[in-house]
Design a protein around this ligand. Structure first.
Ligand code: Q7M
Length: 749
């Protein structure tokens, strides 16, 4: 029955009954109140929204009342230095509207006190902070090494009308190390005929302690020949300039994270000779003397270099000695700043190890005569009373591994992992145990396990590190098979690569990079560590490997390291490729159950692991690049980090997956050896698949072993006279099956 008929008619005008309304007296019919609205009166011109539902002024009265959306879901973050990428999926309930957008609130949190402030105006949001239509955003220009909380709030047209709580999901992240931002404010000081003095302010975001500034200058339009001076101060005087000439200056700062970008160009002009003071008449003899002294100095330093150069030992670009190795360059790059600050550019000698300013190099604790000195050089002594041990989580080579809490005076209590040295240890065991702390203590990077300190003054002796809630990455991935987005997996890999870049920059070769040696925390941040012989209680003893005991983790190790112990950052890059494979396959064992001997042989013959299931083609390509036989062709860790950053910034590049059919053949293609498979001979195999009639033809044509048979193609079968399509299929399918079983380590009995 039509709705209007139920409403009364007075004087020929319809009056709507409760539950119905008529927006205009001219309209003929009454409409039922739209969803989530009601009216208890007759003759209503509109309906009232139910509790917690609203109508915007611009919503027509016929439209349902709506409510604010629920919170966005599954927010994930990816940190790249001081940028954070957030992605989420839309709220489960859009509130009945189509105009859902997102708003990002940013809070900066103090790591120890746990209080947060608004982020302030320095943060940039791409594409914007408010009214985001897409479900992702990037924040740039954050502070380095800072904890941030981002709240992603879903809003719609009626959010403003609702007094209810905001609906958001929050994400905590810690930014990483980053180079300093550019110097922006440069002022000229005293200007003379041959010199210009400058001063500037520290960059807005130093992102660390500024170690020095580099000042580059050149005569305008003569950019190809420039001078660089270095200064620890925020002022400098450039000398030896031509009178009445315009010079262009650019300044950049350096921290432990490296150089920032150069400032914009600042131009200043020296004054003409005529204006300059008359005292300059004495210039010629001064120049003559300086040139003579300069030449003598050069000769001395050159002699020193020839008699035992330090450059091969790895001076960074900041090294003055490397610069003098090229005297031509020295002349232009003249480190004239040495005059201004005799401290700078000096090399520092450190326990007999040469340490260059700004070039952090790992020092092997074994080079210390007294290992106790090494440990106290690199690790903080913690008082045992600051530590509470809570429970045993694993067994180490030297004693138990526990979780607990560390409360240092004036600091917030931290969860920690504690490795203990069991009672009754020998002096060598104590040395080896603490040697580990001397290594870890030299590293400071968000993707390297952080050493809090050591307890050596009381017993038990302990090594205390930060606590990683999710434990080791291989176990964590196995437990959460298939649970992460590709971006989350790439984020994990990015962290591991960043940690490895740091270690390789420090000159440290890991030698046992594997998912079992990566720790993962509750924010899915991965940190490189080295469990050595420690393992989770009740774990399969097979899973533990050691490089310290001289054993080599074959499946993870580059061929040159297995063959002649050539362990380098390039062999670490091979292992990194294996870790990528482990991560994408959620903790699968590389080469499955193949024996170590078979793995070595297969790899030597050119076989590589096939792509894991659902693996983005770009990731598998990167794995294959890491597994190049020629170690110099493998990507360096900085290239790996850059590559992964590109993929993260452009997630659609991860949509192309390695296609299913090429997955297996990648490993096996032409070369698989079926010799160790189920069949001892070609005859036995063909008999088993009821193709015994072809045995003779196979044997006569050189397919006399299972290894040879592995190479057979459909073309070959036709050539051999296997013309029946059914037989071709039977043989090719059987071959493919054997290959798959081999790759999967499931050789049939
Ligand atoms: F940084 C590296 F990678 F370069 C490096 C690290 C080089 C050389 C040595 C080391 N040492 C190292 O990583 N030690 C280490 C210390 C503690 C390794 C792991 C732990 N560890 C944690 N932090 C654990 C943890 C754990 C945690 N849950 O936070 N070891 C365990 C474990 N949990 C051992 C067995 C079971 C659970």
């Amino acid at each position: 029955m039509p709705v209007e008929l139920k409403n009364k008619i007075y004087n020929g005008v319809k009056v709507c009954r409760p539950g119905f309304f008529k927006a205009s007296p001219h309209s003929q019919s009454c409409s039922k109140c739209p969803p989530h609205s009601y009216t208890h009166e007759e003759a209503s011109t509109s309906c009232v929204c139910e509790k917690d539902y609203f109508r915007r002024e611009s919503d027509p009265p016929t439209m349902a009342c709506t409510r604010p959306p629920s919170a966005p879901r599954n927010a994930i973050s990816n940190v790249n230095e001081t940028s954070v990428f957030l992605e989420w999926i839309p709220p489960a309930d859009a509130g009945g509207r189509k105009d859902v957008s997102y708003y990002i609130a940013c809070k900066k949190c103090h790591s120890h006190a746990g209080v947060c402030d608004e982020c302030g105006g320095h943060v940039r949001y791409l594409p914007r902070q408010i009214g985001l239509k897409n479900t992702s955003v990037m924040m740039v220009d954050l502070l380095a090494h800072t904890n941030y909380t981002f709240e992603i709030e879903a809003v719609n047209g009626v959010s403003d009308l609702s007094p209810g709580a905001r609906q958001y999901v929050s994400v905590n992240v810690t930014t990483n190390q980053a180079a300093p931002s550019p110097v922006t404010n440069v002022k000229k000081g005293k200007i003379a005929k041959n010199s210009i003095s400058l001063s500037w302010q520290e960059p807005d975001r130093p992102n660390g302690i500024i170690l020095e500034y580099e000042i580059k200058y050149f005569e305008k339009d003569q950019e190809t020949s420039y001078t660089i001076i270095k200064s620890k101060e925020t002022s400098v005087t450039a000398e030896g300039l031509k009178p009445a000439s315009v010079y262009v200056f650019q300044i950049r700062a350096r921290t432990a994270a490296g150089y920032g970008v150069f400032s914009r160009r600042f131009e200043f002009e020296t004054i003409p000779v005529s204006v300059a003071a008359s005292s300059d008449q004495n210039q010629i003899p001064i120049i003559a003397v300086s040139v003579t002294v300069g030449v003598i100095l050069l000769a001395v330093v050159f002699g020193f270099l020839l008699s035992g150069s330090c450059c091969e030992w790895g001076c960074g670009r900041a090294s003055p000695l490397c610069a003098v190795a090229h005297p031509g360059l020295m002349w232009r790059c003249g480190y004239s700043k040495a005059k201004q600050d005799p401290e700078e550019e000096k090399m520092h000698f450190h326990n007999g190890h040469i340490k260059l300013p700004g070039v952090r190099t790992y020092i092997d604790p074994h080079t210390y005569e007294d290992p106790n000195q090494a440990v106290h050089e690199f690790a903080k002594e913690i008082e045992a009373s600051c530590i509470t041990i809570e429970r045993v989580i694993g067994a180490g080579e030297f004693g138990e591994v526990c979780s607990g809490r560390l409360k240092l005076p004036g600091k917030r209590e931290l969860p920690v992992a504690i490795k203990t040295l069991k009672v009754g240890y020998t002096e060598k065991q104590r040395r080896d145990f603490l040697g580990e702390a001397s290594i870890m203590g030299q590293f400071d990077h968000p993707n390297i396990i952080h050493l809090e300190g050591v307890v050596t003054k009381s017993k038990p002796v302990m090594i205390v590190t930060e606590y990683m809630e999710n434990g080791s990455l291989d176990t964590f991935l196995k437990k959460n098979d298939g649970q992460f987005t590709v971006i989350q997996l790439v984020g994990m890999l990015r962290g591991i690569a960043a940690g490895m870049k740091y270690l390789s920059d420090m000159g440290y070769v890991h030698r046992d990079l594997a998912a079992r040696n990566i720790l993962i925390n509750s924010n899915l941040v991965c940190k490189v560590s080295d469990f050595g012989l420690s393992r989770v209680l009740e774990d399969d003893p097979e899973a533990a490997y050691t490089t310290r005991g001289g054993k080599i983790p074959i499946r993870w190790t580059a061929p040159e390291a297995i063959a002649f112990r050539k362990f380098t950052s390039a062999s670490d890059a091979w292992s990194y490729g294996i870790v990528m494979w482990e991560v994408v396959s959620y903790g699968e064992r590389p080469y499955w159950e193949m024996t170590n001997q078979d793995v070595i042989k297969a790899v030597e013959e050119g076989y590589r692991l096939p792509s894991p299931m659902d693996c983005p083609a770009a990731l598998y390509q990167l794995m294959l690049d890491c597994w190049q036989k020629d170690r110099n062709s493998r990507p360096k860790f900085d290239e790996i980090v850059n590559m992964l950053d590109k993929l993260i910034r452009n997630p659609s590049s991860l949509k192309t997956l390695v296609n299913a059919s090429s997955r297996v053949s990648n490993l096996l293609a032409e070369h698989v050896s079926l010799g160790s498979g189920a069949y001892r001979s070609v005859g036995e195999w063909l008999e088993a698949i009821k193709m015994g009639r072809y045995t003779e033809i196979f044997m006569e044509n050189g397919y006399s072993s299972m290894d040879a048979v592995a190479q057979v193609t459909l073309e070959d079968l036709r050539r051999l006279g296997v013309t029946l399509v059914g037989h071709q299929k039977k043989i090719m399918n059987s071959l493919q099956e054997m290959k798959v079983q081999l790759v999967n380590g499931m050789v049939p009995l």
